[in-house]
Design a protein around this ligand. Sequence first.
Ligand code: SF4
Length: 308
Amino acid sequence: MIEKIIIATHHGFCMGVKRAINIAEETAANSNEKVTILNEIVHNESVVNDFREKGVSQAFSVDDVHEGTLIISAHGVSPDVKEKAIARGLKVVDATCPLVEKIYQIVEKTVPAGYHMIHYGEKNHDETIGVQGHAPEHITIVSDEKELLALPDWKERKLGLTVQTTAHEEAYYEIEKLALKKWPHIDVFNTICNATSKRQAAILELSPKVDMVLVVGSESSANSNRLAQIANNICGHGYLIDTVDDINDEWFENGAEIKDIGISAGASTPEYLVQAVVEKLVAISGGKAEVILPVRKNRIRKISKAAG
Ligand code: SF4
């Protein structure tokens, strides 16, 4: 029987996601011409569908956009994508998160100064592709320790290290340690964003206290996946669910020992999806579960106890 539902101190929408959604909404509301979002505005199915329902188009290549305004998503793109869009006569509205742009600025400063950059990130992620596009010949992407260790000695070369904004912090620190051991002269730029750090710290704090953690977020969301992995490693029952419909009733049947459940959400997950999950869990408990919401700085308080 579910007894407690505890919401992670930091979860859900981050600054960069809110900003990108606002930019896209304002652009769509104020435009008389066709508006197209390149890729997913943020990596969340529900948000993407909301824009589709509002009549905003989506494309996965600039080649497929023939008119109107093109919105660049929060994850950014390589400069040649923007140049191509402008050359095709499109109006470009850039919703790239400023913290992703910070990586571009590091690359734009270090590469002309003779650096070769190593970027730790997922090779097929939009953000990584955009970063590499800023200096394709001068950035090597590594996804794990093995790939890092296989790189040349580069003793005489100026080197820099950057990292995907949503990387797993602990895994990144291992990469950083190995990089410094292999190339003591490497300049390290930890570009994991504050929102990622806070959400990972919150799930590290929450997971040992509960029997199960549900992370609300889409499969395409790197940071949501990471939160679910961290929770699963700690409490053994960490699940990524896109919406309330992914809750599996069997998790709570046949005498399953799930009493306390932690809830978190990726940086691209709207709060209404989190609320729907909480409501469903309260319903599964027969209205008896206590819902505990976060307040400032790791302090938590009880806000409700549904009548039982
Ligand atoms: S997760 Fe970080 S980098 Fe990504 S949009 Fe949010 S604030 Fe920006």
